[in-house]
Each structure stands twice: as structure tokens, then as C-alpha cells.
Design a binder for this molecule. Structure first.
Ligand SMILES: [Zn+2]
Ligand SMILES: [Zn+2]
Length: 282
């Protein structure tokens, strides 16, 4: 199996377990790498001082057994509340760039992944119920994550499809949907930023597919994009949830390796290629 995860939530945001419980579980299941990535967005924000202190403590406690990385999952619309918070964010070792909210013309925003009701209501109010216009607005924001956030990799690229299995509001094979998605993808690849395969919704049984869907993943591979495979775990039992499925899917889509983040010899975070082959299933 893959022995690392770089998209991990704890009770510092909306996760169920403490950071220590997550790290202990990681060691238990044979992980060598664990990246914490608490939410910083318009509705959930961590107390960064406490978070940084605790993750630094765990880095020391687990040194030699588990390479722990201190990161955050930033939403593209996130604004630090003051200079102190902005400064603490700069101390993060890596950042995930995600889009969870879309803004209407009046500047108000709504979550695309919270509840189906919020999504439906937001789309009706701000986009006249036209989900293809909403998808265009979503991918316009997605294209900006790298420039706005200077992030390390892209989180759940097509989160806009969060409720699509149930509600069928977008035909994902319609060019009106995938056109803007591919434009955003090409632009982000031109910035040399990797994409994650995110197993979050798949793990919680809320979606049959991973993010990004297979069609987008194939395109990512053809465009020469790079991958990380992450569980988006909100509880320790799901730390490696969906990894086998994600690895098989990545191989099916033509990928021959994924990437880990780790501390390089000078302490800075570097990418390491991890081959995708049979060994991962042992
Ligand atoms: Zn997210
Ligand atoms: Zn997340």
C-alpha cells in the first residue's frame, strides 16, 4: 500500500480525532509520511498558533518513525483576518489549494460541497439554476488557486460534482461541463503544480468516483500532470481509505508514479516520486 497521506484533518478543524491519534494510527498501519492539512476557509478556520505548536511537538515525538509535515488546506477565497494569522500561515510547510465556495455577482458566496440544499439554493439564486454557468464560475476560481494561494498541490479538482451521483445536475461528458474543467487543468499544469487524487467522498460512500473523475484523470496524464494520492481523512480509520482503488485507477489512466512530500536534507519540503506498481498492493 501507499505509506503516506498529505490531506489529513483533525479536531483543529472538522476532523474527529486529535493530531496525535492520527499520527499514532499512521505508524500502526505502516506509514512513513503524514501531512496535516487543516482547513482555512470562509467558515472553518483553525487557531493556527495552537495548531503549529502541536504539529511541531508531534514532529519531534515521531522523529525517525514518521515524517510529519505541517500544512493547511486553503480555500481560494480565504482571507487572513490579520497580519498575525497571515504570518502564521506563512510558516506552513505546504499548502493545498482548494475551491469549496463559489461567489455570486453580489459578492456573496455559497458552499458547493456542504449540503445539496445549499448547492441547489446557491445555484438558483446566483446562476439562475444553470449548473453549467455555475461549473464555469467554479473552474474559473479553480484556475486561480495557484496564483492566489501559491499552493503546493491542487485539492479535489472537481468537487463541484459532489452531489452529482444523486442529483444529476451536470452531465460530466458534456463539453459545457468538461470544457472549462480542462481549460483550468491545462492552465494549472502550465504552472507545474501537481493534482491530488482525493478519496474523501469515495471513502464516505457519498460518491462512486474519486476526485478528479476518470475522464479528467486521463486528461491530466495526457497533459503530463503530476499526482499525489490522498484520503482527505477526517477520522483515523480512513487514513489510507480508498488507496487501493486510487492506485488502480491511476495505473488504468496511464500514470506510472505518484508523489510524496517529505523533508529534504536541508529541512525544506521536496517531492519524491513513488512508483505505482504491484509492490503497492503487498
Ligand atoms: Zn476540501
Ligand atoms: Zn480536506
Amino acid at each position: 500500500m501507499l505509506r503516506g497521506n498529505f490531506h489529513t484533518h483533525t479536531i483543529f478543524c472538522d476532523g474527529r480525532n486529535t493530531a496525535q491519534e492520527m499520527a499514532e494510527r499512521a505508524v500502526e498501519i505502516g506509514f512513513t509520511h503524514l501531512g496535516f492539512s487543516g482547513h482555512m476557509d470562509s467558515e472553518i478556520r483553525m487557531e493556527l498558533k495552537e495548531y503549529n505548536k502541536e504539529i511541531s511537538r508531534l514532529q519531534k515525538t515521531f522523529r525517525g518513525r514518521l515524517d510529519i509535515l505541517r500544512g493547511a488546506e486553503l480555500d481560494v477565497l480565504f482571507q487572513p483576518r490579520d497580519e498575525e494569522e497571515a504570518g502564521l500561515l506563512e510558516q506552513m510547510e505546504y499548502l493545498i489549494g482548494s475551491v469549496h465556495y463559489v461567489q455570486g455577482a453580489d459578492g456573496n458566496f455559497f458552499a458547493v460541497d456542504d449540503t445539496a440544499e445549499r448547492l441547489t439554493e446557491g445555484c438558483r439564486e446566483h446562476f439562475g439554476g444553470d449548473y453549467y454557468r455555475l461549473a464555469r464560475a467554479y473552474y474559473d476560481l479553480e484556475a486561480q488557486v495557484c496564483d492566489r494561494l501559491h499552493c503546493t498541490f491542487i485539492g479535489h479538482f472537481d468537487l463541484i460534482t459532489r452531489f452529482n451521483d444523486d442529483l444529476h445536475y451536470l452531465d460530466e461528458s458534456d463539453p459545457r461541463y468538461y470544457g472549462p474543467a480542462l481549460e483550468a487543468m491545462e492552465y494549472l499544469i502550465s504552472k507545474d503544480i501537481p493534482f491530488e487524487i482525493n478519496c474523501g467522498a469515495y471513502n464516505r460512500g457519498r460518491k462512486a468516483e474519486l476526485y478528479p473523475n476518470r475522464f479528467l484523470l486521463k486528461n491530466l496524464q495526457e497533459f503530463g500532470g503530476e499526482l499525489l494520492i490522498n484520503s482527505d481523512a477526517h477520522q483515523k480509520e480512513l487514513l489510507d481509505g480508498g488507496f487501493d482503488h486510487a492506485v488502480r485507477t491511476a495505473i488504468d489512466c496511464g500514470f506510472t508514479h505518484t508523489n510524496f512530500l517529505e523533508h529534504g536534507p536541508d529541512g525544506k519540503i521536496v517531492f519524491r516520486q513513488v512508483p505505482l506498481d504491484g509492490e503497492l498492493f503487498s
